[in-house]
Design a protein around this ligand. Structure first.
Ligand SMILES: NC(=O)c1ccc[n+]([C@@H]2O[C@H](COP(=O)([O-])OP(=O)(O)OC[C@H]3O[C@@H](n4cnc5c(N)ncnc54)[C@H](OP(=O)(O)O)[C@@H]3O)[C@@H](O)[C@H]2O)c1
Length: 309
């Protein structure tokens, strides 16, 4: 790939699916209320609806998410695009660590290569350049088609971008938290910078971890750790959810969740909502292929500003 050329396939993807829920017990309570048959149906329905970009990570469920994704992929004829991630633990910051971790991920996935390999978080110790050299090695070895980063701020992303450019490669993506309850990347200029560079912004937690579906309230908080994290926000989101419900009706009967995901698409990002069940995956798949109007986006921005400021 020539220097600066963007891995084009990432630009063409409108919507993906996140697989953190598939095997994770800490935040998502996998095994309680939903289990393998549910997430298998979520996978099947997503793929059948054309949502073929699947985001996982070696740390999700300590490898269980990758194992499940691999199992489901083997059982389908449909082509898929798998993105996974390298976690930069302080004890494995070398270039060769990237390759050995990717080989272990590929083993769990049952694949020869992935579509996208991402550095999950910027390293606390060690150098971004060294890690990105390892990522470039992975491309040259045919183990991944493209390289991405995640949770990288502007300076960290530029360091990654330059390290890859020295190897004649483009940075494909930066995976960042982005939704109607968290617009930091829009306000601090990172989203625009990514667009200028042709770096695809993959929007994680695009449903605000369930808050933007409208099903949670102060009286009915989300279960587990999410309640503690989002408790203070729950009392404030009512007017935004009401507006999302009204807009959803105006665009042909869409739900607040579908409006939330389409808003991410309209802002030029690639949302990857997590789904625990077939129903959730099917509903989320119907959030692409149409567009909110400029006026609707402006109204949603205004309502979200009142909460996040
Ligand atoms: N790079 C990173 O550091 C990072 C961080 C976080 C996430 N991610 C990635 O981004 C993906 C998505 O983010 P996320 O999982 O944090 O949050 P999210 O997509 O905002 O929310 C997912 C949760 O919302 C609920 N939900 C989903 N679809 C629904 C629907 N149609 N109707 C009602 N409820 C629905 C489900 O939980 P309940 O039913 O329990 O409410 C589901 O587990 C993850 O799977 C992961 O791949 C990456």
């Amino acid at each position: 790939m020539a220097s600066g050329e963007t891995p084009r396939f990432l630009q063409a993807i409108e919507l993906g699916i996140g697989a953190w829920q598939w095997g994770d017990k800490v935040i998502w309570n996998y095994g309680r209320g939903y289990a393998e048959p549910d997430v298998r149906s979520a996978f099947d329905i997503a793929i059948n609806q054309g949502v073929t970009f699947i985001d996982t990570a070696e740390i999700y469920g300590m490898g269980q998410s990758e194992r499940l994704v691999g199992k489901f992929i083997r059982a389908t004829e449909q082509p898929t695009l798998v993105a996974t991630k390298y976690f930069p633990f302080p004890w494995r910051m070398g270039r060769k660590s990237v390759i050995s971790a990717l080989k272990r991920s590929l083993e769990r996935l049952g694949l020869d290569s992935v579509a996208l390999y991402q550095v999950h978080w910027p390293p606390v110790l060690g150098s971004i350049e060294t890690l990105l050299d390892g990522m470039a090695d992975a491309v040259e070895m045919g183990l991944t088609r493209a390289v991405g980063v995640s949770n990288f701020d502007r300076n960290q992303m530029m360091a990654a971008y330059s390290a890859l450019a020295r190897r004649g490669l483009a940075l494909g993506s930066n995976q960042l938290e982005y939704h109607l309850l968290d617009r930091r990347i829009e306000k601090n200029g990172l989203l625009d910078r990514c667009k200028e560079l042709g770096v695809r912004v993959i929007a994680y937690s695009p449903l605000g971890q369930g808050l933007l579906t409208g099903k949670y309230s102060p009286k009915n908080p989300p279960p587990g750790l999410r309640a503690r994290q989002y408790g203070p926000l729950l009392g404030k989101i009512g007017p935004l959810i009401k507006l999302m419900t009204e807009i959803g009706q105006d665009v042909g009967g869409k739900t607040p969740a579908q409006v939330a995901l389409n808003w991410c698409i309209c802002k030029g990002t690639l949302p990857i909502p997590g789904a625990k069940t077939a129903e959730q995956a099917e509903a989320n798949a119907a959030s692409s292929g149409w567009r909110l109007t400029e006026e609707q986006i402006a109204a949603l921005d205004e309502a979200s500003d009142k909460i996040t400021r």
